[in-house]
Design a protein. Structure first.
Length: 231
């Protein structure tokens, strides 16, 4: 009788163990499926981001604004902003994110531009260390000068996230994007180039993180990619 009871108990334990293994298998498969879906969504989002950025173009005649702000960190950004200032597209130019040790004379020598233009109409922000800092310092500069419209100059891939941060900090300011086209050293602009792929992937992840941060905190992201295409 004892042997029979033990056999029944073992059979019951085996069935329980089998059920647990089946549940664990289903959970594992569901987790794997969820991971695949998440990867596909991220990859799809990245390809859309790249497509949108690649399609960004400046108007042939950009609308003048009260001021111009250029975000340092990319090739030809400052030169482009200085040309807009020289063309009368803004009253003053803010170069945001300047290294604390950089002097106006050193910057002018590096990027060109007349000393008269620098002396009269160029301001320097040495506080910003990232895009959020750029937006914060731009806000202080705009309020100090009473500006209600600003041309934002930065690289095309950086523009969506920049506008998102700018519009969050300054919802009453009209921002006009002016894109500096990014190209690799050999002039290519395709994801087949490893350097461009790394750059775009890194910026997309930052853009995605910023979008999610503002979505979860209840802040409107202003449809940054759509707005980046609007002048």
């Amino acid at each position: 009788m004892l042997l029979q009871d033990t056999g029944k108990t073992l059979d019951h334990d085996d069935r329980d163990a089998g059920s647990m293994f089946r549940v664990a298998g289903w959970v594992s498969r569901l987790a794997s499926f969820g991971l695949v879906i998440a990867i596909l969504l991220v990859v799809g989002g990245f390809l859309r981001f790249y497509s949108e950025v690649s399609a960004l173009k400046n108007d042939t005649e950009i609308t003048p604004a009260d001021g111009i702000v250029v975000l340092t960190g990319g090739k030809a950004r400052i030169e482009t902003a200085l040309q807009l200032l020289a063309d009368g597209k803004g009253k003053r130019l803010l170069i945001s994110g300047v290294h604390p040790r950089s002097t106006p004379a050193a910057i002018r020598k590096a990027v060109g531009g007349s000393s008269e233009l620098f002396d009269c109409c160029v301001d320097f922000d040495r506080t910003a260390r990232d895009t959020i800092g750029n937006a914060t310092q731009t806000g202080k500069w705009a309020r100090a000068n009473g500006f209600v419209s600003i041309i934002v100059v930065t690289s095309d891939y950086h523009m969506p996230r920049s506008l998102m941060e700018m519009r969050r900090h300054l919802p009453d300011i009209r921002f006009i994007p002016y894109y500096v086209r990014y190209e690799t050293a050999d002039g290519h602009n395709s994801l087949s180039d490893p350097a461009l792929l790394r750059l775009m992937a890194g910026e997309y992840l930052k853009y995605l993180a910023t979008s999610l941060r503002y979505r979860f905190t209840g802040t409107d992201t202003h449809a940054a990619l759509a707005n980046a295409r609007q002048i």
